[in-house]
Design a protein. Structure first.
Length: 286
């Protein structure tokens, strides 16, 4: 067993658990699971299984189920344990609590009552997908699950159109085709990645434009858990002849410098590169 029993101060401990491979758990998370006075979990069976794998006995300790549907009833019990000076560990079914998972009300209430609220950080599908997608990670927006009905989904994507950051979505394999199609329709054919079964046996990353990934989804429908990552606006791939056509048109109205700035700005391209293209066009037209 990797876990050791430690003295935990009274308070609420949010514990991140693996999103696939059971050994993707921190030593501190194991220590907390081995030592907390009371355990609570979104799915008590998953937590028991994880503890078994890592040789952690529940012993005489309480393990309560706490999820979206019973939070109103279970939260007062957990608050009572905190009031009695207990250390309470909470884990969601997989990954980081509160990332598209329960825990928010519990965290808010415990903090408002002045109890220690802390976390043992660890895996989340957001960070894992961003690491593998091959898209910029300097700024990203986690958009969670999109609505399942088409109109609501399209409106939700439209609201994200101008966000100057990489977009991260959780999606089900059943809906990913419809989601990619709507995303392409609203956002244009941006670079993207579909990250599937991360850290598991059938981990797979499909990279390409939204239309390329959509084609692959039609040819080989994906199974399992999915994160879709989409590049920000301004990185839409445009072919050289389209850029040249836009430059030619702009050059009928403005200087080479202004035309290059206009076209480069429209496509998020380097001004210098477009300027060189414009100079080339100018000469060939003479
Ligand atoms: N709390 C979790 C986290 O920190 O990532 C997310 C829980 S949310 C209910 C479940 C969704 O997360 C899945 O439907 C999928 O979109 C994504 N997800 C979780 N594990 C994944 C994995 N191993 N590979 C790809 N996506 C995953």
């Amino acid at each position: 067993m990797n876990a050791k029993t430690v003295n935990l101060a009274a308070g609420l401990y949010f514990v991140a658990t693996p999103i696939g491979t059971a050994r993707d758990i921190t030593l501190r998370a194991l220590d907390i699971l081995a030592s907390a006075d009371v355990l609570a979990a979104e799915d008590t069976r998953s937590l028991r299984r994880l503890m078994d794998i890592h040789g952690i006995a529940l012993g005489e300790r309480r393990l309560l189920s706490y999820h979206d549907h019973n939070g109103g009833r279970t939260r007062p019990k957990l608050m009572q344990y905190l009031a009695e000076g207990c250390s309470v560990a909470y884990a969601s079914e997989a990954g980081t609590p509160m990332i598209a998972d329960p825990g928010y009300d519990l965290s808010k209430e415990a903090a408002a009552e002045g109890y220690l609220v802390t976390s043992a950080p660890g895996p989340t599908a957001i960070a894992t997908a961003l690491t593998l997608a091959g898209l910029p990670t300097d700024k990203f927006l986690f958009a969670g699950f999109l609505p399942s009905t088409k109109n609501a989904r399209i409106s939700a994507i439209e609201a994200l159109k101008e966000v100057p950051a990489t977009l991260v979505f959780y999606e089900s394999p059943k809906r990913v085709g419809a989601m990619l199609k709507d995303a392409q329709g609203v956002l244009g054919d941006r670079p993207a990645a579909m990250c599937r079964e991360l850290t598991k046996k059938f981990e797979e990353i499909r990279r390409g434009t939204l239309s390329e990934i959509l084609t692959s989804v039609k040819e080989a429908p994906p199974k399992g858990e999915i994160v879709v990552v989409i590049d920000r606006a301004g990185k839409v791939s445009v072919n050289t002849s389209d850029i040249e056509a836009e430059l030619r048109e702009a050059l009928t109205r403005m200087t080479v410098k202004d035309a290059s700035e206009l076209v480069a700005g429209a496509h998020g391209m380097a001004r210098r590169k477009v300027y060189q293209m414009a100079l080339g066009l100018d000469r060939s037209d003479e």
